[in-house]
Structures are given as C-alpha cells and as structure tokens.
Design a protein around this ligand. Structure first.
Ligand code: SF4
Length: 338
C-alpha cells in the first residue's frame, strides 16, 4: 500500500541569471514522494536534478538563482514560502541531504562524533554527553566497526567508504523523514558503492523514511529505486516505476542512458555513450530539446517544432513520457531515422 505523501513538488521552475543570459535550469517539474519509497532522479550533469533537490531545501544562492514558479509541499506546507528559521528547522531535522563528496562536506578539524552529535544538539536539544552517545549509536547503525573508538577520530582517519557512512550517520542523526542523497556513491569503487547503498536502504526501513536518490547512473537505480524520474535539459523526459523504465522504456534519452551502461552478461561489449552534448540551457533547441541527439527524431515534423508534454503512455497512471513516439518505442516499432 502507498505510504503517506511526504513531498509534492508541483510545476517547479528555477532560473539562474548569468552574464550570458538566463539559464532555465528547471522547467515545470512535478513529482510526489511517499514514505517508504526510493524515488530516483536520473540524468546527465546539467539536467537539473541537483538544482531540483537544492530548491526543495532552499539551498540555492539567490541571486543568481530564482525560483520563478511552482510549489514544494512538504507534508502540505509550502517550503518556498517558509521563513529562514522554519527552513533551518526542516533541514537536517525533517529532510536531510547526503552529498557526493564527504571530504568537502565533513569538517577536517572536528571529530566525527562531534559532527554527528552536533545535529542532535541543534535539532533535538541534547547535551554533549547525550549527543556523543547518540553519535556512537548512529555510527553503529551505518556499520562503522568499533563505533565507541571511532567516534573520537577525525575524518582523514577513515577510508572513502567509511567517510560516506559518517555522512549518512550525520544525515540520519535526527531521524529525518526524507533523505536526499545526491550522487552518494559516485566517488567510491563498485564494491564499496554497493555496501553504502545497502546501508542507505537498511536505514530507510529502520527509521521509516523515504529516499530521493539523485544519480547519473541508471545502474545504481536498478537495484534500489521504486520510481524513477529521468530529466533532460531541466525537464522531465520520462517517469515511471523501475520496471516500466527498464522493461518498457518510453523515451529515446532513457534508451541512450541504458545503452551507456556496462552489461553484466557481456562486460566486454563496447559501451555506447549518447552521441552529442547536452544543450545549452540558455538557448534550448526548438521543439523537443533532445532532437539534435535523438536517432528517432522526425526532423521534418513535430520533433523540431513542438515541445512534447509529459503524457501518460499506458493506463497505469504511473508511466509518462515526453516523446511524441513513446507508444511506438515501447512496441519496438519506432524507426531509426538517422
Ligand atoms: Fe526523439 Fe522526437 Fe521523441 Fe524527442 S519527441 S525524443 S526528438 S523522437
């Protein structure tokens, strides 16, 4: 059964003012996240996925960023209208973020115990002794051996994977209801990646929260997510359950992301990166923003003249695609035009 609706983002629009012009970083993005769910946001860098996450928590510097439209409803409360004090309360306490690079996010001069404990001193009013004990429990929860000793160590004394676990311990210290993990394993090798993702999943169940997982890697999504939103050039290209995205893929960009994944059954096959570059967000291509890179594009027709809406592709109400030819693509009947 679907869990409680925690986050509902509606028609979010974010721009940046730059010397070269207005960058439309996020353009009409909507999605819901429910308790218990792992919601993945996938796309190349510059697709708008991190900007979407940072707008939820009011973390974008204004200027140059400007949220020009939409709503971010956190359990019914619009965070775009929240006061700075309320946003501070939400950050860390109710919604926490795990960043890609623990070395820049952790403070090198303080022990990990102090950094994990600080969260509960600020948000839960614990004293130093209680906070230290809580930090030990959190380090244990994320699988750090000998947590009562490691609590007094500094970040440089931990390996990359262990530092990422410390980041997770910090993020979960206040038992937030939503964890936003932005490329949480990109800097780690594959084995450690799998361990850290497993820790994240275990924690989600343990504290009964939800995870918004931001990644460029569809491989990470396969083993972990319930629902997936694929972003391209600030818009949603496709959204659906993990099975729909992997087995009934309905957007050529998602096909490209899949083809660029290494194959476990034939690891020696050459990877096929998506040809071309993501477009400039200052001057988007006309029509479908993916058309200059799309091998199915109808260059004499709608693909270059009209922006496709994110439309339902089957009766499930879950699977949506912003491609004019989604049905044909699913049916394997879409002609490669170039
Ligand atoms: Fe390709 Fe056209 Fe579909 Fe865009 S709308 S993804 S250009 S086929």
């Amino acid at each position: 059964m679907a869990g409680e609706l925690l986050l509902s983002v509606k028609d979010l629009e974010v721009r940046f003012r730059t010397e070269d012009g207005i960058v439309q970083a996020v353009n009409g993005v909507s999605f819901d996240i429910r308790r218990g769910q792992v919601f993945a946001v996938v796309g190349e860098s510059g697709s708008g996925k991190s900007v979407t996450a940072m707008s939820i928590l009011g973390l974008l510097p204004k200027p140059p960023a400007d949220v020009t439209g939409g709503r971010v409803l956190w359990r019914g409360e619009d965070l775009l209208q929240a006061t700075p004090d309320r946003l501070r309360e939400v950050r860390g306490g109710e919604i926490a973020m795990i960043f890609q690079d623990p070395l820049t996010a952790l403070n090198p001069v303080h022990t990990v115990g102090r950094q994990v404990g600080e969260m509960v001193m600020v948000h839960r009013g614990m004293n130093k002794k209680q906070a230290r004990q809580h930090a030990i429990e959190m380090l244990e929860l994320v699988g750090i051996p000998q947590p009562d000793k490691r609590v007094d160590m500094h970040p440089h004394e931990f390996s990359g994977g262990m530092r990422q676990r410390v980041m997770i311990a910090m993020a979960i210290a206040c038992k937030p209801q939503l964890l936003i993990a932005d490329e949480p394993t990109t800097a780690l090798d594959v084995t450690v990646q799998a361990q850290v993702l497993e820790v994240l999943l275990g924690i989600k169940d343990e504290i009964d929260s939800a995870i918004m997982l931001i990644t460029h890697d569809l491989g990470v999504v396969a083993g972990m997510a319930d629902e997936v939103m694929v972003m391209y050039a600030g818009r949603q290209a496709e959204r659906g359950t993990v099975d729909q995205i992997f087995y009934r893929c309905a957007h050529p960009y998602t096909v490209g992301l899949m083809e660029s994944l290494p194959r476990l059954d034939s690891p020696d096959d050459e990877l096929k990166p998506i040809g071309g570059q993501p477009p400039s967000l200052i001057t988007l291509p006309s029509g479908c923003a993916f058309h200059p890179r799309c091998r199915y594009a109808d260059l004499q027709g709608r693909c270059v003249s009209t922006v496709p809406d994110l439309a339902e592709v089957d009766g499930s109400g879950m699977h949506r695609s912003a491609c004019f030819f989604a049905e044909e693509l699913i049916a394997g009947e879409l002609e490669v035009r170039r």
